[in-house]
Design a protein around this ligand. Sequence first.
Ligand SMILES: [Mg+2]
Length: 115
Amino acid sequence: MPESLLLLLDGLNESLNKIQLGFDAYQNDCFDKRPPEFFCLELNGEAGELANLEKKSWKGKVISPDRFQDEAADVLIALFNYANARNINLGESVQTKLLTIEEKRIFLEGKGEKF
Ligand SMILES: [Mg+2]
């Protein structure tokens, strides 16, 4: 397993969990409770806004970097809110997924293929 992945996995659960709990506390303190479906739609809406900016940029329109930052932040916030509403532990989920991806990458590499 690459050192970079080991470093990523080490502490990922704790650090991401702390951030996720912070989003949950802030959401509960200051905003109406919403179901996971709401946040899933919001997440996809925000991802669509980000994708639209990338499409415009790809087509040659000049997009200010702060607009990409703003939409990327919206996506991350919506993902945390979705995960909290759906009781998903993102730290554990990301760790599990990274290990699955690494297993597949190693398998493909053994066959001379790229992931
Ligand atoms: Mg937005």
